[in-house]
Ligand binder design. Structure first.
Ligand SMILES: CC(C)(COP(=O)(O)OP(=O)(O)OC[C@H]1O[C@@H](n2cnc3c(N)ncnc32)[C@H](O)[C@@H]1OP(=O)(O)O)[C@@H](O)C(=O)NCCC(=O)NCCS
Length: 148
């Protein structure tokens, strides 16, 4: 198995990232939500090909002085899924987070997103709890945690 992508970031959200989110994320953010991110409150990592094509991204919420990183979004283009790229991306990010002093990652994921849940379980996340009707359309969320 050969890995195509390379990690870049942290970086600022560019239109390439927001367009990919809009096109492919199950619950995309609008530009106002992207614009509301304060500079010291997020970390955005991208996964790019040798030619710098955006293959995916991961967005974390962080707070100064806190060692918990909140995973808001992780996404890979569909043609790069199921082939080890997501794992390589994930391992590269966690190394970067550890290097920055983060001790754990927290996330919520829609309870019907079985592929993502399986991916998180394989990455070592523990299930914390289910929050009923967490999303505006009534969908439940699962809260999960990973010690880095
Ligand atoms: C989340 C994401 C980055 C994971 O990348 P990926 O390449 O799909 O992940 P992998 O294939 O490495 O792992 C997914 C696991 O789910 C399993 N899986 C695949 N299809 C599945 C299905 N329909 N139901 C349950 N599990 C499934 C895979 O078999 C794999 O588990 P395994 O390694 O034990 O076989 C990618 O799916 C994605 O971009 N999804 C869209 C965005 C999203 O939903 N992000 C998460 C919310 S923040």
């Amino acid at each position: 198995m050969s890995i195509i992508g390379k990690l870049a970031g942290p970086e600022a959200p560019c239109s390439e990232v927001t367009s990919l989110d809009c096109e492919l994320f199950p619950r995309p953010w609008n530009l106002e939500q992207w614009g509301s991110l304060s500079r010291d409150r997020f970390l955005l990592f991208t996964w790019r090909s040798q030619e710098s094509r955006l293959l995916g991204f991961a967005l974390y919420g962080v707070a100064p002085g806190d060692d918990v990183a909140h995973l808001y979004k992780i996404l890979l283009r569909p043609e790069y899924r199921g082939m080890g790229e997501a794992k390589a991306f994930w391992l590269a990010i966690t190394e970067r987070l550890r290097g920055r002093g983060y001790a754990s990652v927290y996330l919520e994921v829609e309870s019907l997103n079985h592929v993502a849940i399986r991916f998180y379980e394989r990455a070592g996340f523990r299930h914390l709890r289910r929050v009923r009707s967490y999303y505006s359309d009534g969908g439940d969320a699962l809260m999960m945690n990973l010690t880095l």
